[in-house]
Design a protein around this ligand. Structure first.
Ligand SMILES: Cc1cc2nc3c(=O)[nH]c(=O)nc-3n(C[C@H](O)[C@H](O)[C@H](O)COP(=O)(O)OP(=O)(O)OC[C@H]3O[C@@H](n4cnc5c(N)ncnc54)[C@H](O)[C@@H]3O)c2cc1C
Length: 511
């Protein structure tokens, strides 16, 4: 097999062709995206007797699902101790049971539908590649035991090298993601799902009905819209751009010189090294993934990341031949829990994103949960995964510190070209340009800042800052809003849209 920058899964997994959408369409349920999220959702809906339509910009499974490591597991490096610490035991338990359900769904579906996707049961390990990470591993072990996970701590194992101790989760799995999704799509199509490829959605109009505008001047009207696109293409009230952080990660598949122990491995912190074994026609293939970084913020080029992974493969098993090299993207959230569910309380638009490189189980789970939401109006685990969860309104300043600098870069780009805000005093409000449009910024006495869309929600008049009362006032019809955009009085019916919330210190250097 030739070395290339196409993933091993895309090189070896055949994908069925589907037509391009050529005419306008009306459907009850439209799913955008044909990765594991969209296709699982389509499959689950057909199991419930519904007939969804799927559109995909490229070919089937052309996104991250075709560029993964292929671990399907509830062992998401260090997660349970973190959720317990941040949200309490109940959220950690919900995360554990829901991810277990996704894992079980894949195992059962493969069995019931006789899908040939090289699904193997295995043990998933998270290991301390630095001595200081042992504490993380031990904390995770305690949390996992408390949640009833079948697990074990292993002291100073020999593999992978430079391993100070690891935590093993039994009865996990690996598979060939492209073969799995391709089979699931075929089954869904045979049960009434319509799948169109090479059909890109450009814009969503969310009125009485939802209209999706696609390339080729095609419009699709739908009652329910599932955005299985990784990054949601419609934002609603969510400010997703402040809550989803893109990370680029690299992968290699090699024929090794020496044998290596079975299992899936990932280190607890530092430069990620995620390892698994795949078996193709009786031959073992070593898959190594890692070297991730915030997208657009790497000091070195892609080749260097791939070289690092090849060198690591050389250390652990020796490299006889490189089958494939690739890179792909996924999104993190501030509290490491994805967003799955309605984009707002009564909306029929659904989001599934922020999988933190654990989207084979999270995407499966999203498909299951969103199909329940569409069919029954509610779903299990809604509180944990939806925008209702406690952390959702965490301030941007806080998320910047937790996740890195990508939002900082984003806000900077949105503010670029505006007048300086360096001299904005505490207690002062000012009209600025944000994303090329007029907006109102207010700096509070605790140094928090809030940027509002200062278009009056009544008749669209631009508001002025009232420095005496610290309000945004409409010179046309007297609508007034407080500094958080809440309607105080006057004819408008709605609050102002919040464009940004955070700390002044996070913002002022951006200007
Ligand atoms: C290197 C790497 C390794 C990983 N390894 C693992 C692992 O071992 N285990 C695990 O659980 N997770 C892993 N993940 C994460 C997991 O692969 C992803 O989270 C998951 O595949 C996301 O699936 P998805 O269906 O939501 O998105 P995708 O697979 O990206 O599918 C989204 C689809 O939507 C389409 N689309 C986007 N916008 C539009 C539009 N406007 N119109 C039409 N179509 C559109 C795209 O073309 C794409 O096909 C890994 C991630 C990376 C980056």
């Amino acid at each position: 097999m030739e070395s290339s920058t196409v993933s091993y899964w895309n090189l070896t997994g055949a994908k069925s062709p589907y037509p391009r959408l050529e005419n306008n369409l009306e459907t009850d349920i439209l799913i955008i995206g044909s990765g594991i999220t969209g296709i699982t959702c389509a499959y689950c809906l057909t199991q419930k007797g519904l007939r969804p339509t799927v559109i995909e910009a490229g070919g089937l499974c052309d996104g991250t699902t075709g560029n993964t490591t292929g671990k399907i597991t509830i062992q998401h490096d260090i997660i349970y101790s973190k959720i317990m610490e941040k949200h309490g035991r109940d959220y950690a338990w919900q995360y554990c049971t829901s991810q277990s359900e996704a894992l079980e769904f894949v195992k059962q579906t493969v069995k019931n539908e006789s899908i040939n996707c090289q699904l193997y049961d295995n043990t998933a390990y998270v290991y301390a590649s630095m001595e200081r990470d042992l504490e993380l591993i031990k904390k995770e072990f305690e949390a996992a035991k408390e949640l009833g996970i079948d697990c074990e701590f292993i002291d100073k194992p020999e593999f992978p090298p430079q391993n100070f101790g690891m935590l093993a989760f039994k009865n996990q799995a690996v598979f060939h993601s492209v073969r799995y999704v391709d089979s699931l799509a075929k089954i869904a199509a045979s049960r009434g799902a319509e799948i169109y490829t090479n059909t890109k959605a450009y814009k969503i109009s969310n009125g009485e009905t939802i209209t999706v505008h696609c390339d080729n001047n095609i419009e699709i009207k739908t009652k329910h819209l599932v955005m299985a696109t990784q990054y949601p293409i419609y934002d609603g009230p969510n400010l997703f751009y402040t809550r989803l952080f893109p990370k680029r990660t690299y992968g290699v598949a090699v024929k090794a010189k020496r044998d290596w122990p079975e299992g899936s491995y990932v280190n607890a912190s530092g430069r990620t090294r995620s390892i698994r074994t795949h078996v193709e026609k009786g031959q073992k293939v070593l898959i190594v993934v890692g070297d991730g970084h915030l997208t657009g913020r790497s000091d070195v080029n892609m080749d260097e990341h791939l070289t690092n992974l090849i060198e690591f493969s050389e250390r652990i098993a020796g490299v006889e031949q490189i089958y494939a090299k690739w890179s792909a993207q996924d999104y993190d959230t501030p509290d490491q829990i994805p967003y799955i569910g309605r984009i707002s309380d009564k909306s029929n638009i659904y989001v599934a994103s922020g999988f933190r490189k654990w989207g084979l189980s999270n995407g499966t789970l999203s498909g299951i949960l969103i199909s329940e939401l569409i069919k029954d109006g509610n779903c299990r685990y809604e509180e944990l995964y939806s925008r209702k969860r406690a952390d959702y309104s965490s301030s941007l300043g806080k998320t910047i510190k937790e996740v890195g600098l990508s939002v900082y870069e984003l806000i900077k780009s949105k503010l670029e070209g505006t007048e300086s805000i360096l001299d904005l005093k505490q207690g002062e409000g000012r009209v600025i340009s944000f994303e090329g449009k007029k907006a109102g910024i207010y700096r509070d006495y605790d140094d928090s800042v809030i940027i509002l869309d200062i278009t009056c929600t009544h008749m669209g008049t631009e508001l002025n800052f009232n420095s005496a009362e610290k309000t945004w006032d409409c010179p046309a019809h007297g609508g007034r809003y407080n500094i958080e955009g809440r309607l105080l009085e006057g004819p408008p019916k709605h609050n102002l849209k919040v464009l940004y919330k955070g700390q002044f210190s996070d913002l002022h250097t951006t200007n």
